[in-house]
Design a protein around this ligand. Sequence first.
Ligand code: NAD
Length: 491
Amino acid sequence: MSHDHESAPSAAAAAHAEGAPAEGGAAQVQQAYGRLRTAWREQGGLDYKTRMKLLDDVMKWVRKNRQELITALNSDYGHRSPHETLMAEVFTVVDDIKHIRAHLAEWMAEQPRPVAATFKPGTARVIWQPIGVVGVIAPWNYPFQLGILPVVAAISAGCRVMIKPSEFSPATGGIFRRIATEVLPPDVFAVVEGGVDVSAEFSRQPFDHLFFTGSTSVGRHVMRAASEHLTPVTLELGGKSPAIVHKDHSLAQACARIVAGKGFNAGQTCIAPDYVLVHEDKRDALVAELQKQFAAQYPTVAANPDYTAVINQRHYDRLQAWLQDARDRGAKVVQCNPAGETLDPAVRKLPLTLVLDCPDDATVLQDEIFGPVLPIVTYRELDGAIAYVNERPRPLALYYFDWNKKRQEQVLQNTWSGGVTLNDTILHFSQLELPFGGVGPSGMGAYHGWYGFRTFSHEKGIFSQSRVNGGKLITAPYGKVTDTLLKVMIG
Ligand code: NAD
């Protein structure tokens, strides 16, 4: 599940991006951290009014600068579908902020909690305190959304926050720098940029919470670094998310939705269906249907504005090498190329590519694919498909295509994944009332809406003793009254 890094873009290239000069290097990480820590010590967290205003400012800026986002993402990808940028980097962010602003007052309100008879008339409540100064490390695949959403969640909880965008999306790094100069004040928000050395230094800061989105292998480094200060972490990682198709389900429906979830951002989505589990009798029909649905959604690939390129040469070459590895092991590789185009590798448009009869030790069945390559695995009984999933590391998402409620329950209760969409793909991500996160190797912790607010809040339990209370009855020297009371209490 690891992804190698290309060498980081040059400082000169980064300096050409718009906005304030980049903060980079270990010293800048410490400086930015120091600035936010000082602000925290002197001013504490953000009050309700400030949170609401800053969230509104971010939302307005994102709405106003949608074209700049389209341009930045296109530059980072070589080609990024403008519609995908509007959906995934603009709408998602606006939608989340609207939801947070509508509910923040209610989330921030202290919550009275019941008190057992033994401790009455004391009272209990929970208050939500901003956790403090927090760090966000972001990946390149939805480089704006996956950076700004945790920042927005941190602000909703009243925190001060710094971000390290991915070195592989430098134009989006420029967008964060603009937000740092045009929208969010320097005592609330900081951006630092750079390669792995800067990321590693970033993860070593004594944050009050560290929020990481990226690969499982780098997640291990981040958690190790955070453990030095016992900094709590949220790890939003990856994994191999299966799509299971029941043999009675309409293949046209299932394949349309699998192609949509896999085609979006050319499969470079943490919750893209990684492979399909299909009944062995339906395998050939499914393969034909996937090709048909791909042709319907993307009649051409090379110059099709709707189809996104692979982010860089390194990842393009990695995917080609994995396909070759599968071929070398005897798998059949079927490329969906509806218009029969000659595809220039320099443009890095890789159409949906199916891998059939693939031996289990092929890399495409071992590691997270993170691109438009889709192995098809067959099963005989639904239990066999469930066992296949359970024999492997717990995935970030699972998709099951079947209208039968009983079997849906069977799959839901007997598999473990971060989240699930039934009869579609990737849409659980967009549900503002659902927690989004992984389980085990696909991550820990969650965010979106209230779950993000909770992640960056300290849930403080408070018991208030009443003026008149029975404390004396259970205080030494213990005697008969205490004995009697204990008898009643224990039963
Ligand atoms: P990555 O792990 O290579 O990099 C992510 C970030 O970590 C980058 O900003 C990078 O600079 C930083 N980093 C690199 N080495 C580091 C270190 N030693 N210490 C601290 N930080 C370090 O991931 P990527 O290639 O950018 O993204 C792809 C991966 O992210 C896939 O596995 C995908 O599934 C996962 N992902 C998960 C989610 C989710 O929400 N769960 C979303 C998107 C992507």
